[in-house]
Design a protein around this ligand. Structure first.
Ligand code: RB5
Length: 146
């Protein structure tokens, strides 16, 4: 599995933590920035990351900003993206099982590194349940494709 990782200036510390985690787990990833302390605009990183997932360059994506909200809003504008804003382990599991989320957004100003690591490991390790949940995400895709 290949992951694309992106953050704005508000998420650089947590992004580094997640990069370390992916390295420890021996999971291939591409970090597309910002890796900067200067103020940047989250869509400039979140949208290119989402496009990489949508076009198959990456299997899944992890986005981090101050709250995770801006990144998740931006990513969900890209066709085919189901980006979940998650700050607890229960939701990390549920959004894989029920929503087949292909991107995860978190806020560095909301949670600490230990919880973020658990969320990422849970999200990466949980499979989509399909069935009725596939019908539901299919309805979202139908709307997107109209
Ligand atoms: C940057 O100050 C902050 O607005 C951004 O990281 C994010 O939280 C936006 O949703």
């Amino acid at each position: 599995m290949k992951i694309v990782l992106a953050s704005d200036h508000g998420g650089i510390n947590l992004s580094k933590e997640i990069a370390d985690l992916l390295t420890e787990l021996n999971i291939e990833f591409e970090d597309i920035g910002c890796n900067c302390a200067d103020s940047v605009d989250y869509p400039d990183y979140g949208i290119p990351a989402a496009e990489k997932v949508a076009n198959g360059e990456a299997d899944r994506g992890i986005l981090i900003c101050g709250t995770g909200i801006g990144m998740s809003i931006a990513a969900n504008k890209v066709k085919g993206i189901r980006c979940a804003l998650v700050h607890d382990v229960f939701s990390a599991k549920a959004t894989r099982e029920h929503n087949d989320s292909n991107m995860l957004a978190m806020g560095e100003r909301v949670i600490g590194p230990g919880l973020a690591r658990e969320i990422v490991q849970t999200w990466l390790g949980t499979e989509f349940l399909g069935g009725r949940h596939a019908n539901r995400i299919g309805k979202v895709a139908d709307y997107e494709n109209k």
